[in-house]
Design a protein around this ligand. Structure first.
Ligand SMILES: [Zn+2]
Length: 113
């Protein structure tokens, strides 16, 4: 069973465990078992991704998992051609979203279910 960690200061979700939050450097985490089913609460189309993500022009969304945990992650959808709706169902996966000094950092990626 996968256990993920949510930073108590900024809400960043991390998997696997990191000693410090990759977003804000916080050290207090709440552990939870991520669900793959999520629903979109809100989103933004951004040109410049935060947290050092490599790609540009992607969609960042806030979702709520079926276990009520809220998290932020990338929505893997082409905002120009595909429809994004608040409340749409998404499937979550954990994938490497960036490389830091050769170490792969995993993050949440959502796709339409
Ligand atoms: Zn944090």
């Amino acid at each position: 069973m996968i256990t993920a960690y949510k930073c108590k200061s900024c809400g960043q979700i991390m998997y696997p465990y990191h000693y410090r939050c990759i977003n804000c450097g916080g050290r207090e985490f709440e552990s939870f078992v991520p669900s793959t089913k999520a629903k979109l609460l809100t989103y933004t189309v951004i040109e410049q991704l935060p947290w050092g993500f490599d790609e540009r022009g992607r969609v960042l969304g806030v979702v709520e998992f079926s276990n009520k945990v809220r998290a932020m992650g990338l929505i893997d959808i082409d905002a120009d051609t595909e429809e994004i709706n608040i409340g749409m169902k998404l499937t979550a996966t954990w994938e490497p979203v960036r490389d830091t000094y050769g170490e792969k950092i995993y993050g949440l990626v959502f796709r339409p279910a």
